[in-house]
Design a protein. Structure first.
Length: 286
């Protein structure tokens, strides 16, 4: 890679970075890599139904200002090939395969919602691979979820410009305004946008998330197996994966910090994106 290539990579944003591909284990993974070429990479694990372009550029670009950040589509999602698994452990295996394909021996993980469940599984099973862990709007195994009920309610609001507005944000005018700004940011990229693969992704993902939360974890074995420093984040009024999940994880993890954002729902990291980025930076640099 030439100096010009490295400079171009450093300057890339989520909206402008090329979508790259890497293949292994019969899967061709789509990803974008931003930020400097050195430092511990931060790998992003996406929410239910989301792909690379569902991330908030304000979050991703700000985090990539001083560290490598990698956003990718797990198996079957977006432009990645393969079949989307219907269990969290299988999703974790695919994500670990992707990380290994990139030649990484250590990474930080930021898991949002479904991605947070996957991140927990990876951190518990692959300790040396994970340096630090950020769990946002997620739940422990055996935790509380209201996925189908909340989805049904959100989809019934036909006046909403996007289901994420009622799903991710509260009904307050401030939260709704933040939600509209978030949606606008996610639509800035016009060329080479990621793809929505519909029920082929959402059906197995829903099964995986619901099963994860419905399956008891006696003694919180997965959380107790996570020894890495963890930052646990939630919105005060998350209706999909309520904030009591965050407190439950905080209590059982051996080395965790807990942050709750006010007047915010499942998308608290997008509503409070500047504060969230500052919290993540402080945590990762400590």
């Amino acid at each position: 890679m030439t100096a010009l290539d490295i400079a171009s990579l450093d300057a890339a944003t989520l909206e402008t970075a090329p979508t790259r591909y890497i293949e292994g284990r019969g899967i061709r993974f789509a990803y974008r890599r931003l930020g400097p070429s050195s430092g511990t990479p931060l790998v992003l694990l996406q929410h239910f139904s989301g792909n690379i372009d569902a991330w908030d550029p304000s979050v991703v670009n700000a985090l990539a200002a001083d560290r490598p950040v990698i956003a990718f589509d797990n198996a079957g999602v977006g432009r990645s090939t393969g079949q989307t698994p219907d269990t969290i452990p299988a999703m974790a295996r695919d994500a670990v395969a992707f990380i290994h394909l990139l030649g990484l021996s250590e990474a930080d993980l930021l898991g949002f919602s479904l991605g947070g469940c996957v991140a927990q599984q990876i951190a518990a099973e692959h300790g040396p691979l994970v340096r630090k862990l950020i769990l946002v709007g997620t739940a422990p195994k055996g935790g509380e979820e209201h996925l189908l009920a909340v989805l049904q309610q959100a989809l019934s609001q036909t006046d909403a410009p996007d289901p994420r507005l009622p799903l991710f944000f509260t009904k307050s005018s401030a939260s709704q305004s933040s939600g509209l700004a978030f949606l606008k940011r996610t639509q800035v990229r016009k060329d080479d946008r990621d793809t929505d693969n519909g029920s082929a992704v959402t059906d197995p993902q829903a099964k995986a998330l619901i099963t994860w939360c419905a399956t008891p974890d006696p003694g919180h074995a997965i959380l107790r197996a996570i020894r890495q420093p963890a930052l646990v984040v939630s919105g005060s009024h998350d209706t999909m994966l309520p904030a009591n999940n965050a407190y439950a994880m905080f209590k059982e993890l051996s080395n965790a910090q807990l942050v709750l954002y006010p007047d915010s729902g499942h998308g608290a990291l997008f509503q409070h994106h500047e504060t969230f980025v500052n919290h993540v930076r402080t945590f990762l640099e400590a």
